[in-house]
Structure formats: C-alpha cells, structure tokens
Write a protein that binds this ligand. Structure first.
Ligand code: NDP
Length: 468
C-alpha cells in the first residue's frame, strides 16, 4: 500500500484534535489528537503486555524487523518529509526534512547492525562469571520539536533492538511528525510495540513517574530534565537525559577563514540554529577575528531562508512563537549593550511566520546573555580572544557541556585544546555531526547517559551477571 501525504494525514489526525499550524505561514497542517492521562496509562499497559512476546523473538527477528521498518520509512520518505517540513518549519532541502527522514532509516539500519552480546567476564577455573544484557521492559520517550522524527528514532530503535517496547510522548508542538513516523513503523512492527500518545500538560509527568516505565529517555531543556529526575525518583527509573547546552567553538589563529566559513556556518545554523549540539557561542582569535566575521557574514547573506516547501530554501522559521521571542529578546539585549549586529537582527514584523533572519553579532562581551544563555535559534555571538587560556576558560565557564569544537590547521594543537574542554563531544574543524556508531551525551547540566552505538544499546538494557 502506497502512503501519500493525504493518506498519512488522514491516518493520524482527529476531527476534534488540536490545531497544528505551519510556523512558516500560520496555515493549518492538521488536527492532532491530544490525549488524556487515561489514554497514556492504557498505552503503557498495552506496551507492557506486548513486551514479553517482543523480547522472546530472536535477535535476528528483531534486527530484520528494524531493517523492514527502515525500508518502510524510505518508501514513505517524501510524504514524511513534507509533513515534517510543514509542521516543524524546516525546509525540504539542505540538512533538513529529507535529511532527517533519511537519518531515521539510517539509524534503524545502524542500530540493527550494532551488537551487544553477552560475554564471559572471568573463567579461571575458580570463578565463572558472564554478563548478559536483558530487556528493561517498557521504555518511555519524551521528544523535542526540533528534530522530532530523528530524535524519536534515536530513542525507539535501540530500545526495540534490546527487546523493550516503547511509549513515546512527542512535543506538543510537533505531534503529527511523530504520529506519522509511528504510523509508518506500525505497518511493519507488531501491534503495541511502539505507542505514541500526544498531549500536553500532564502526560510527561505521568510517563516519568509511572511504575511500569522502566526507563525514560528525554531530550529537551535542563529545567524539564530536572523535573523528570524528581518525578522519576519514587520508581527509581533509569534515565537518559539529553538536555542541550550552549556549545562553544574555538577558532585558533592559524585557520583559513574562507576555507572554514561554510562548516562554521552550518555548525551554528543547522536547522536554523534549533539543534541541541549546534555551535551557539563562537570564540575567535583576534588575529583572524575580522576575517572570520566577514566570511561568515558572506555565507549568511547568501544562504536562503524561507518557507520549507520552496526547494530553494535551506533555512526556515523558528518552530514556535516562544522560541522566536527568546531569540529576539537575546539579540535586542546584545544590540542595546553596544554589540555590533553584522547581519540580520531585524525581523519583518509584517511578514507571516516565525522567521528570524540569520544574525551574526560581533564585538560582544562574554557575559552578554546572548552568549551565556541558550538562544536555540539563528543568532550567533562571536567573541574575540587573545590567548588560548582565555578561550578555554570562557568555553568552560558555563554549567552545561554537550558539544564543543576547535578549529585549527594544526590537528595536534586542536586535539590538545579539545582535551581541555568540558563537553561530551569535541569536534575538530566541524561541529555537531553525529554518527549512529559514536556515543553521544553531555556533561554538567547537559545531562547524562549515552545514546548511539554499543553504549546506547547498553543504556536501554539491564545488565545481568551470572556468577557460577
Ligand atoms: P521542554 O524541554 O521543556 O520539554 C517539554 C516536554 O517535556 C513536553 O513533552 C512536556 O510534556 C514534557 N514535560 C514537561 N514537564 C515534565 C515533567 N515534570 N516530567 C516529564 N515531562 C515533562 O520543551 P520546550 O518546548 O518548552 O523547550 C524549552 C527549551 O528547551 C527551548 O527553549 C530550548 O532551549 C530547549 N530545547 C532543547 C532541545 C534539545 O534538543 N536538547 C530541544 C527542544 C528544546 P507535558 O506537556 O505532558 O508536560
């Protein structure tokens, strides 16, 4: 059965649902069914009932089903991308909607190919001990609105691979994308293995305190992560918390500004800056400061922003009004502090949608809120430094640490600086790229727990030692 945009939408919407509006135009995308806690409880009960049969399938069967799910996503890629573009705002083209849908299929395949077998720990004639990775039961997942499909797959795929079933609570801003993804997965997977319950207000708290949720995976704000830690305490739930951050990039004096400008730009502006591990504060050595600013402005001024369904665009709107207001407020504060707006900074109040122009802010103090607070949008502060010591101190000066990057022609010099940065990942001469076989997670208030690769599988399983 071929899935079209219209058939997809008719499967996942409800006449009495919540209006979901296109952030680029304000037009109705569809009505999302917003459910109550009772419906969530029922979904958890069904996931719990379905879990033993799912876990009792052989590893090869589960792998084969994940591969079939990837094929199903590929077959529905264009309608999924169109829906994602309309609901989230991100363009079809560039590292955006089609890229995100493609990443979902890739992640499923990579997860199917990742192995976490049990192994012998000691076998010395006296002691015989082995470790095995058992399913946890039902895994809960609360996802964000910036990469709603991809991050849901990051949560769903490893959980399924290890024999768990899943209940997903999508962001209230992007429920349709996740419902659509689940609908496509459901064409292949057994009933109730993946359950999505959309809603707002009390579902997240219920999921994170529910006794039948063994593990909760959350990607979102530190504030909500802290609330989840509290509400999961009574049930001693395992948690993976990916709480974003305020990634620093350090550009050393020996770079070729023109050569790195594109990579730097996309490190900061991928998904129009709405990315957990985007470059959010750029520290540039004074020797190359003016040249880096000029080259970045050149890229910014020639990178088209607009409605996502227009194939020419590669940057889109902010996903929601709240995020637009955060970005606008931070840029206004930077401007009134005397910082230089190199480009952007003046949204068109008359135009439809939550478009905030690509904005570069130079000559800004490290203490400015645009530097110290997470903007999560298309506005990059560029801070000048004179010594590497000073740059490292500024990079490490915040209480978050998801990613960071160091830019230099000298790989050894860059690696030496990278080792001093407090972040879960430090990229060299790029920023933000993730890979399904490379573990990813934060330090400090960016959260804890690793996703992806073997470590990601271990995080959704219960290690059991058999000693004897
Ligand atoms: P939040 O990070 O605050 O998360 C909202 C989600 O968490 C909703 O699904 C909500 O469900 C759930 N939730 C809220 N309270 C609780 C609780 N006590 N226990 C469990 N779940 C709960 O998202 P926002 O959209 O409000 O974004 C706020 C900021 O987070 C952004 O400005 C941005 O800076 C950052 N962010 C970071 C992302 C990242 O990738 N790390 C992604 C998106 C945003 P319910 O309504 O049912 O309570």
């Amino acid at each position: 059965m071929t899935i079209t945009y219209d058939s997809l939408l008719s499967e996942i919407t409800a006449p009495d649902g919540r209006d979901i509006l296109d952030p680029a135009t304000g037009e109705l995308v569809g009505k999302a069914p917003f459910r109550s806690v009772d419906v969530l409880d029922d979904a958890i009960a069904r996931a719990k009932a379905a879990q033993p049969a799912w876990a009792s399938r052989s590893d090869d069967e589960r792998k084969a089903l994940l591969l079939q799910a990837a094929d199903a996503i590929d077959a529905a890629a264009e309608p999924l991308a169109e829906l994602l573009s309309r609901e989230q705002g991100k363009p079809l083209e560039g590292p955006n909607a089609r890229f995100e849908v493609g990443a979902c299929a890739n992640w499923l395949r990579a997860t199917a190919a990742t192995e976490l077998p049990g192994r012998t720990l000691i076998d010395d004639g006296e002691t015989h001990a082995t470790i095995h990775y058992r399913p946890l039961g039902v895994v809960g997942a609360i996802g964000p609105w910036n990469w709603p499909m991809m991050i849901s797959i990051w949560q769903i795929a490893p959980a399924l691979r290890m024999g768990n079933t899943v209940v997903v609570k999508p962001s209230e801003y992007t429920p349709l994308s996740v419902l659509a993804l689940a609908h496509v997965l459901d064409t292949v997977l057994p009933t109730d293995v993946v359950n999505v319950v959309a809603g707002e207000g009390d579902l997240g708290a219920r999921l994170s305190s529910h006794p039948d949720i063994a593990k909760l995976m959350f990607t979102g704000s530190t504030r909500t992560g802290q609330a989840i830690i509290k509400s999961s305490a009574d049930t001693v739930k395992r948690l993976t918390l990916e709480l974003g951050g305020n990634d620093a990039g350090i550009v050393l004096a020996d770079v070729d500004p023109k050569a790195i400008a594109q990579e730097l730009f996309w490190g900061a502006f991928i998904n129009t800056g709405q990315t957990c591990a985007a470059l959010k504060r750029l520290y540039v050595h004074t020797d190359v400061y003016d040249d880096v600013c000029r080259e970045l402005a050149e890229v910014a001024n020639t990178t088209p922003m607009g409605r996502g369904l227009d194939e020419a665009n590669v940057l889109g709107p902010l996903q929601n009004k709240a995020q637009f207001d955060i970005v606008a407020d931070l840029v206004d504060k930077a401007r009134s502090s005397g910082a230089t707006i190199l480009t952007g900074g003046a949204p068109d109040a008359e135009a439809p949608g939550y478009f905030y122009p690509t904005t570069l802010v130079a000559n800004i103090d490290n203490a400015n809120p645009l530097v110290s607070e997470e903007q999560f949008g298309p506005a990059l502060p560029i801070v000048r430094f004179e010594s590497v010591e000073e740059a490292v101190e500024m990079a490490n000066g915040l209480d978050v640490g998801l990613g960071a990057s160091v830019w230099s022609a000298d790989l050894d010099a860059a690696r030496a600086v990278a080792a001093r940065i407090q972040a879960g990942t430090v990229w060299i001469n790029s920023h933000g790229g993730v890979h399904p076989m490379i573990p990813f997670g934060g330090v400090k208030k960016s959260g804890y727990g690793l996703e992806f690769g073997v470590e990601g599988l271990a995080a959704v399983s219960a290690p059991q030692v058999i000693n004897g």
